[in-house]
Structures are given as structure tokens and as C-alpha cells.
Design a binder for this molecule. Structure first.
Ligand code: MTE
Length: 322
């Protein structure tokens, strides 16, 4: 289904969102019964889903950097099919458990090669620039994808405020690591905190989004509230969620999945249908929430953003630097 542009209709009127709200009302009614018979666990799941319902609106402006002509993934799918290993390893775990994440007060510490160390409060960051709605394709390394109307502004705007030294070549992102708020860290067997990184030119690219919301509302906890990055031409794991620290560094930073399995998850992780994951093909992807006959789609080089970003990798062997 093709969706009209954001300029024509407010995001609250976009069909997938409305469908989501109806489904949510149905599920709340059905869930009350389940909770009564199933006890604590079901009740906990229901209670933890509450922040999605109580989402705060974000005023957004239309962005010329939005990807045009794509059907948006329904909000229900975006918020119930997640990877957020701090809250468990199953796709529905984050929706069930991320309600314990406290998103205020929240700040991002800036460290490393900067003229002066600083800390930015989330509410000041929200006021720094107009929040744009940017529709991007989002491709997970697991060969599924979504189309998401994110809300944020270019990460470069934030980086300018950080005033990094010219000798800084990379930026490292660190996610919140708090077992009290993130109850299931032992499940995933990965080293906490979750860290990711980008080369400075990738981080400064206008498409790289400092993200505060989606569908015109603040980010649901399970999608990385209150602030994450989104790098649309890279596999989803490069997009660190619930960021509490950025560090500007000289050398390529160690990153969570690259540390876990360097032969499977490279530092660059640009979407590349010509470089298969050792255990599966990357030539196609399953579009989550799409009608069954449109679900299997060919994967595009750089996730469809080659015109904008291919020049960043000119002369690089992409098979080697996967
Ligand atoms: N960030 C943190 N802190 N923890 C995670 O487990 N998972 C990554 C990325 N960022 C992850 C994370 C992976 S593997 C993917 S595919 C995306 O988040 C998923 O984002 P989504 O759940 O909003 O679709």
C-alpha cells in the first residue's frame, strides 16, 4: 500500500498508526482476560507495554531527505518486533520488558577528543534543531526490513555542538547499561554496555539521524528511547539505542557485534546484497508487515541510498571491509 506524503497528512492520520491503535484496544481488552488467568507474567507484560500507549507527541517538519513512495511499516510491527538485547533475545521481549526503562532525567555525556567535555540534557537536545520526520528504509542484518517514519535531525548538528578536535577520526556510541532498569542482560551473552561506532565522515553525513521519535511521537522504550542513532544505509545493529555517551576517538572503536563475531559482523556493515553473511544470503529481505505477495524483496546496495553514500567508500574493497 502506498502512503501519501507527510506534507499532505499528519502522521497521526497515517493508516498503519490508526490500525495499530484499533488493534491495541482489542489487545488490551483480550489481555485483561489473559492476565486474570495467567497471573504475574502476563500481567507484567501488559503493564510494561504502557509507555507505548502514553506516547508524547513530537512536532515534526517535513524533510527533503525522506525516502519517497514507500508503504510505511505499521507501528504495531515496529514496536513488537525488536532487537534490544538488554531486554531479552526474543523479538517480543523488548515490548514486554522495556517499560522499566526510565527516560527522564536523561543526558548524553561527550568525551574523548573534544575541546571541552560536555553533558547534554535530552530536553535541550530536543530543542536544538527542528525535529524532522524522515522516512527511511531500515534493514536488519537478519534479512528483514521495515520502512519507518523516524523523527530527529542530522547527527552532524549534534556533533557540531560537541566541537570535536580535527584529529578525531571516529565516534563511539554507548547505550545505557543498568541492570536495574534492564532486567534481562544475562540472556543475550553479549558484553555490556552495547557500543557502536562510525567513521567521522559517516557520522557527519546528513542522512545519519539523531533520533528521538517515530510516527510523530517520542520513541517507544523498546525502540531505543529517549534517543538513538539511525544509519539507514547500514545494517540495523549499527544504530545504537538509548545512548548515554558519545566519545570522539582516533582509532576505530570496538563495537558489540564485531567483538562477538568479527567474521559475521564487520565494523562497516553497509547493506550489501553482494556480500552474504556466512550463515545466510543477503540478496533478499522479508519486509515486515507488508502484504504477503510483497514480503520478499531484493536487497538494494547501501539499502537504496547508494547515490548519497557510495562516494564515502570510493576505492574501498567492500567485500573485505564488510
Ligand atoms: N542497541 C542496543 N543498545 N541494544 C541492542 O540490542 N540492537 C541492534 C540495534 N541497536 C540493539 C541496539 C539491532 S541488532 C537492531 S536490528 C536494531 O537496534 C533494531 O532496532 P529496532 O528494534 O528499533 O527495529
Amino acid at each position: 500500500m502506498l502512503i501519501r506524503q507527510k506534507s499532505e497528512i499528519p502522521s497521526s492520520e497515517i493508516t498503519p498508526k490508526r490500525e495499530y491503535m484499533n488493534r491495541r484496544a482489542f489487545m488490551a481488552a483480550a489481555g485483561a482476560g489473559v492476565a486474570a488467568v495467567a497471573g504475574g507474567r502476563a500481567l507484567r507484560g501488559l503493564a510494561k507495554a504502557a509507555p507505548v500507549d502514553a506516547a508524547e507527541q513530537l512536532a515534526t517538519v517535513k524533510s527533503p531527505l525522506s525516502t519517497q513512495g514507500l508503504a510505511l511499516t505499521p507501528l504495531y510491527d515496529i514496536t513488537h518486533y525488536n532487537n534490544f538485547y538488554e531486554f531479552g533475545v526474543n523479538k517480543d521481549d523488548p515490548a514486554k520488558h522495556a517499560g522499566s526503562l526510565r527516560t527522564r532525567p536523561w543526558s548524553i555525556k561527550v568525551e574523548g577528543m573534544v575541546s571541552k567535555k560536555k553533558t547534554f540534557d535530552i530536553d535541550d537536545l530536543l530543542k536544538l534543531r527542528p525535529i524532522e520526520e524522515r522516512v527511511y528504509r531500515f534493514r536488519c542484518v537478519e534479512a528483514w526490513s521495515m520502512v519507518i517514519p523516524w523523527a530527529g535531525y542530522s547527527l552532524s548538528e549534534f556533533i557540531k555542538q560537541c566541537d570535536p578536535l580535527p584529529s578525531a577520526k571516529y565516534i563511539e556510541f554507548t547505550s545505557l547499561d543498568d541492570p536495574k532498569q534492564e532486567p534481562l542482560p544475562w540472556d543475550a551473552g553479549i558484553q555490556w554496555p552495547y557500543t557502536e561506532g562510525l567513521r567521522m565522515d559517516e557520522a557527519m553525513h546528513p542522512l545519519t539521524l539523531l533520533t528521538f521519535g517515530m510516527y510523530g511521537e517520542v520513541l517507544p522504550n523498546q525502540d531505543g528511547a529517549p534517543v538513538r542513532v539511525v544509519v539507514p544505509w547500514k545494517y540495523g545493529f549499527k544504530s545504537a539505542k538509548s545512548i548515554v555517551k558519545v566519545k570522539f576517538v582516533k582509532d576505530q572503536p570496538l563495537t558489540t557485534w564485531n567483538l562477538m563475531a568479527p567474521n559475521e559482523y564487520g565494523f562497516y556493515s553497509n547493506v550489501n546484497p553482494n556480500h552474504d553473511h556466512p550463515r545466510w544470503s543477503q540478496k533478499r529481505e522479508r519486509v515486515i508487515g507488508a502484504p504477503i505477495w510483497k514480503q520478499l524483496q531484493p536487497t538494494l546496495m547501501f539499502n537504496g541510498y547508494a547515490d548519497q553514500v557510495a562516494s564515502l567508500y570510493q576505492g574501498m574493497n567492500l567485500d573485505k571491509n564488510y
